[in-house]
Design a binder for this molecule. Sequence first.
Ligand SMILES: C[S@@+](CC[C@H](N)C(=O)[O-])C[C@H]1O[C@@H](n2cnc3c(N)ncnc32)[C@H](O)[C@@H]1O
Length: 114
Amino acid sequence: MSRAADPPRAEAWNGPVGNHWARHQARYDAMPAGVNGALFDAAAVAPGDRVLDVGCGAGATTRIAARPAAPGHAVGVDISAPLLERARASTAAEGVGNAAYECGDAQVHPFPPA
Ligand SMILES: C[S@@+](CC[C@H](N)C(=O)[O-])C[C@H]1O[C@@H](n2cnc3c(N)ncnc32)[C@H](O)[C@@H]1O
């Protein structure tokens, strides 16, 4: 991971908080349909879109965005290595081929300009 702007936050999400979320991924993954329904209605992701999911966690929201974005793609960025491990595994298991992940603090991560 590139440098963290907020080291205590990075430590929490790479330690107890992130590990708890990773252990209970199924429970948290079930939330987006209800909690994020309004978000995805408003975003109206369409074919060909390129989506950046900031704070993607275990990637549930990235996968939700990636499906309607094809042939575009979704990139999830998160500060938590254990959650990105879950995100990559779930994305492969679900056969979502147009989602990718980067580990970094979104406040300072060196995203390419485009
Ligand atoms: C409440 S979880 C949401 C995960 C996912 N969006 C979902 O709905 O399933 C918030 C996520 O934001 C990440 N996060 C917090 N601060 C961050 C930062 N500065 N840069 C990148 N990710 C961050 C945490 O690691 C955590 O995975």
